[in-house]
Design a protein around this ligand. Structure first.
Ligand code: DQA
Length: 148
C-alpha cells in the first residue's frame, strides 16, 4: 500500500525558513523519518512537494487511484484554497491534514483551515512528528477498513 505525503508552498525551505517556528529539520529529514516509519508499518511512501496549487490538485486526483491514503501539509493553501478542498472531497481515500506549527496559536488568519471539514483528521503543532503520527493513524485506519 502506498501513502502519498504531499507538501505545499514554501515547505521546500524547511530548515531555513523561520526556524523558530518550523524548526531546523529539512524536508529531506521529514521524508527520511516518514519512509522509516512507513517501512516499519509495511507501507510505501510517495513523498512530494510543490509550490503550485494546481500541481497539488493533480496529485490529489492521482491519489484517487494510486494511493491508499494521503498525508497533506497544505501550508498556506489550507487557509484559502477551495480548489484543494474540492480535490480532497473528491479523493475517496483518507486524507490527514498536518501542520508543523500550531495554527491556532499564531496569527488569526491561520486559525481557519478551509480543508479541515473534508479530511479525516488534523494534526497541528507537533512539529515534524505530526507526519509520523498521521502515517501511524492512516495505517490503523486502513487496517480497520480492510478488516471491516
Ligand atoms: C504550516 C502552517 C501554515 O500556516 C503556513 O502557511 C505554512 C506551514 C505548518 O506546517 O505549520 O506554510 O502549514
Amino acid at each position: 500500500m502506498t501513502i502519498f505525503v504531499l507538501n505545499g508552498p514554501n515547505l521546500n525551505l524547511l530548515g531555513q525558513r523561520e526556524p523558530d517556528i518550523y524548526g531546523l529539520a529539512t524536508l529531506e529529514d521529514v521524508q527520511t523519518i516518514c519512509e522509516g516509519r512507513a517501512a516499519e508499518l509495511g507501507l510505501e511512501i510517495e513523498f512530494r512537494q510543490s509550490n503550485d496549487e494546481g500541481q497539488l490538485v493533480d496529485w490529489l486526483q492521482e491519489a484517487r487511484t494510486a494511493a491508499s491514503g494521503v498525508v497533506l501539509n497544505p501550508a498556506a493553501l489550507g487557509h484559502y484554497s477551495l480548489a484543494l478542498r474540492d480535490a480532497i472531497a473528491a479523493c475517496d481515500v483518507p486524507v490527514i491534514e498536518v501542520h508543523i506549527s500550531n495554527i491556532h496559536a499564531r496569527e488569526e488568519f491561520r486559525a481557519k483551515s478551509v480543508i479541515s471539514a473534508v479530511v479525516v483528521g488534523v494534526i497541528s503543532g507537533l512539529g515534524i512528528w505530526g507526519y509520523v503520527g498521521a502515517i501511524e493513524a492512516l495505517a490503523r485506519i486502513l487496517r480497520d477498513r480492510s478488516e471491516a
